[in-house]
Design a protein around this ligand. Structure first.
Ligand code: SF4
Length: 407
């Protein structure tokens, strides 16, 4: 158990800026492995969603007195599936409702199937300066198994179209540990990815999420259960190959060229404030954690009805579940400490002693003496003068380490 005596609690304020996450719950097709809060076939809700999202943004801007925004992230779902004009309108609303810092990073998740030169130029013109593209694999057979709507060639073409349009900060997402995937196939996908010379790469091991069509197929024996050892071999192969090709690993699943780390995701890992808008989006701001209701239909109805009925701000509080906010979690120092450790340990640099002390008024060593001792003995962490961080072995067994910090 952590020793929480005399803990101070100084959650970061939003005076220095927040990260803004916008959840787009639309996809053209639903991939069979995906359990995100996203839906195919509800495009008729896009106009009402756009109205609600803009109202929610204006509402938060007013409630929080137009705080500065450090990063903006359009995630989902498939934001690139929205009409390009909608992305511009949302950006205008953000600019009118929040302060925007000069070097703001504005990322949009993108499906290769949505990229055309016209769209790419319009995205860039609207202010988006970073694209995170869900490529997942450069093997057409595996793309089919994943239910993706693009081929390997289309993904490569989309990447070069984004470059021609002028994007200088591109990230590629890949998935490994797929049914039937061999290390050779994975190696080929890494070759293709390295050849594209992206600024950033995210790698995710396939998780079979309950109640997804893929889980049903695995259970029925149509596909084999993913082999953890093989997935670990693929991860190690990626570490070797990306490291040898100019990428620095800075988080368990993320690699970047120099100066190109995802600033938005760093906010999450450093447990800094962020505001989420849209259905199911989570927020952590001003010492409060809260989440919007998940259903796009209910979200749209509640936000638009409130506004249309009496013109009032649909977001009225961070402390109570009103308007689109459905869950509010009380944040105790114990929760904040656990989150700070769990998220921070994902970073290669680990949790910095100085940062921890500034936030909690105590040293990591004093708060978690037994936990650190145990993890050091198991060879899962290292403790340096600067930080507590995962060892090479710990990176493969991250969940075991994180569990130690939950009181
Ligand atoms: S495109 Fe992405 S968000 Fe949409 S269903 Fe597929 S994996 Fe999920």
């Amino acid at each position: 158990m952590p020793n929480l005596a005399q803990i101070e609690h100084n959650p970061p304020t939003y005076d220095n800026g927040v990260g803004l996450y916008l959840h787009v719950p639309f996809c053209q097709t639903k991939c069979p492995y995906c359990d995100f809060n996203t839906y195919a076939g509800i495009e008729d809700q896009i106009p009402a969603y756009l109205r609600a999202l803009k109202r929610e943004l204006e509402g938060w801007g007013e409630l929080l007195s137009h705080p500065p925004v450090r990063t903006i992230f359009f995630g989902g779902g498939t934001p690139s599936y929205l009409p390009v004009g909608d992305i511009s309108e949302i950006q205008s609303t953000i600019r009118a409702s929040f302060g925007i810092v000069d070097a703001v990073e504005i990322t949009m998740e993108c499906n290769p199937g949505d990229v055309s030169l016209e769209n790419a130029k319009a995205w860039l013109g609207s202010g988006i300066n970073r694209i995170s593209m869900g490529v997942q694999s450069f093997d057409d057979g595996l793309l089919k198994l994943l239910g993706r709507r693009h081929t390997a060639i289309e993904a490569k073409q989309a990447f070069s179209t984004l470059r021609s349009a002028g994007f200088r900060n591109l990230s590629i997402d890949l998935i490994y540990g797929l049914p039937y995937q061999t290390v050779e196939q994975w190696s080929d996908t890494l070759d293709e990815t390295i050849a594209l010379d992206a600024e950033h790469i995210s790698l995710y091991g396939l998780q079979i999420e309950q109640r997804t069509p893929l889980a049903v197929d695995v259970e029925a024996g149509k596909y084999p259960v993913p082999d953890d050892d093989l997935a670990a071999d693929m991860y190690e192969e990626a570490q070797r190959r990306l490291g040898a090709n100019g990428f620095e690993q800075y988080e368990i699943s993320n690699w970047a060229k120099q100066g190109q780390k995802s600033q938005h995701n760093l906010l999450y890992w450093l447990n800094e404030p962020y505001l989420g808008v849209g259905p199911g989006a989570h927020s952590w701001i001003d010492g409060q954690r809260f989440a919007n209701l998940k259903s796009p239909r209910r979200y749209v109805d509640i936000v638009n009805d409130d506004y249309e009925a009496n013109g009032s701000n649909p977001v009225a509080s961070m402390q109570t579940p009103v308007g689109p906010v459905e869950q509010v979690e009380e944040t105790t120092p114990a929760v904040d400490i656990a989150e700070t450790m769990m998220m921070g340990m994902r970073l290669n640099g680990g949790v910095a002693h100085k940062r921890f002390e500034k936030r909690f008024g105590r040293q990591i060593n004093d708060v978690f003496p037994q936990e650190l001792k145990r993890l050091l003995k198991l060879g899962l962490i290292e403790v340096t003068d600067d930080a507590v961080l995962l060892s090479e072995r710990g990176r493969l067994l991250g969940n075991e380490v994180f569990a130690e910090f939950i009181g």
